[in-house]
Design a protein around this ligand. Structure first.
Ligand code: 5GP
Ligand code: MN
Length: 369
């Protein structure tokens, strides 16, 4: 046995994918539901953790779950690794979210005091920035609710479903209404939060929503008298002048087309961002324009950050950008929407990307409609 010990980390690495496949069953087992109900039968301190650069789905699902737990008499606090975009600051209770980059000690205390930790909209601790070590080090009971593929195996309970599911918000609805059997807990404020996550993760119900269940949930949310038109305005019609000009600049000066690979890409340097007075969230959505060209099937959006190049990938059809981001750019996500990072400079990063296109040319040019 002793001779195996030095190789244990390697063996674990090799075994991990098998473990992951077994975990990703997509449903919450009856015994898991009972275990959560048993814990929630007494007053709990609950920490809700979301991913770095939280989007509408992360913030919406966390606020909805927090309000549900509050209704049931629990103490629930949301910890975000960094700040969230201002277009979400109108959301009910968003002012109560703790931002780890600004309030790290408070976040640490909340984790220390927590009875349970709910992890929302991410599948691995390397997605939670400065909160990573806090969650890796604690043995507190952790529940995952998420829609990314391949959740890591270190959660005590995983409600993870990447198929037939639009968003974590949809799963939080199912968690409250079906699993906890509390549909009447879904009030207007909770419905607003869940609706935000569904529309922001589906491009206002235009992708990742080709399943009746998403619309059943939307129907239940609209039944709570939420004002969908107003929510849409609050989320989308919030551009500053410089943000809309940055978009114009991307489209006229920085959009590159590689017809021979059915691919486009946009890149922005730090200098560009400074010129347009970049605020967090200003580049959100820009990646989608590269894909809105009829002949383009794969697009990438590169932005220069302090320590790395941040990349967003999007695709149409069966070109798998989750695999692409994982294999080549230290990232991941979903089949048609993923993100990654490069620690080379912009020129080297784009050169690497273009070289890879050659390798995928056949796949990129295979008809898929
Ligand atoms: P975005 O391009 O909007 O930042 O990310 C698209 C999708 O990919 C999101 O669902 C996000 O959660 C996921 N994603 C983005 N970056 C990463 C990453 O570095 N690693 C993993 N595993 N997923 C990512
Ligand atoms: Mn999501």
């Amino acid at each position: 046995m002793n001779f195996i010990l030095p190789f244990l980390p390697l063996i674990k690495r090799i075994m991990l994918p098998l473990h992951i496949i077994n975990q990703n069953k997509g449903t919450l087992k009856t015994e898991d539901i009972l275990e959560i109900k048993r814990r929630l039968a007494t007053q709990q301190r609950i920490a809700i953790v979301i991913h770095y650069n939280p989007d509408g789905d992360a913030i919406g699902s966390a606020l909805a779950l927090k309000m549900f737990f509050q209704q049931k008499g629990h103490q629930a606090d949301i910890l975000s690794p960094n700040n969230f975009p201002t277009y979400l600051s109108w959301m009910p209770q968003s002012e109560t979210i703790y931002i780890a980059t600004q309030q790290f000690d408070t976040c640490q205390k909340i984790i220390e005091l927590a009875d349970m930790i709910f992890c929302l909209d991410f599948n691995a601790f390397n997605r939670i920035g400065v909160l990573e070590n806090l969650l890796t080090d604690t043995k507190k009971f952790k529940v995952l609710i998420d829609h990314h593929i391949d959740p890591m195996p270190y959660f005590d309970i995983s409600y993870s479903n990447s198929e037939q599911t639009s968003s974590t918000c949809e799963l939080v609805y199912r968690f409250i209404a079906d699993k906890m059997q509390e549909p009447e807990a879904i009030n207007k404020a909770i419905a607003e939060c869940l609706y935000v996550g569904i529309i922001t993760d589906t491009g206002s119900l235009s992708y990742s929503c080709n399943h009746p269940s998403t619309y059943s949930v939307v129907s239940a949310l609209v039944a709570q008298q939420i004002d969908c038109e107003q929510i849409h305005r609050l989320v989308y019609d919030t551009f500053s002048e410089s943000r809309i000009r940055l978009l114009g600049y991307c489209l006229s000066n920085r959009l590159h087309i590689r017809e021979e690979y059915a691919t486009s890409f946009i890149f922005l340097t730090q200098k560009d961002l400074n010129t347009f007075h970049y605020q967090q969230g200003d580049t959100e959505g820009i990646v989608n324009y590269g894909l809105s060209i009829k002949t383009i099937r794969f697009t990438a959006f590169f932005t220069e950050r302090d320590d790395r190049i941040r990349i967003s990938f999007r695709s149409k059809g069966n070109f798998d950008v989750n695999r692409f981001a994982r294999q080549h750019f230290n990232g991941g996500g979903h089949k048609n929407a993923s993100g990654g990072n490069s620690y080379d400079d912009m020129v080297t990063t784009i050169a690497k990307f273009e070289a890879l296109l050659k390798r995928y040319q056949q796949e990129l040019l295979t008809p898929w409609d």
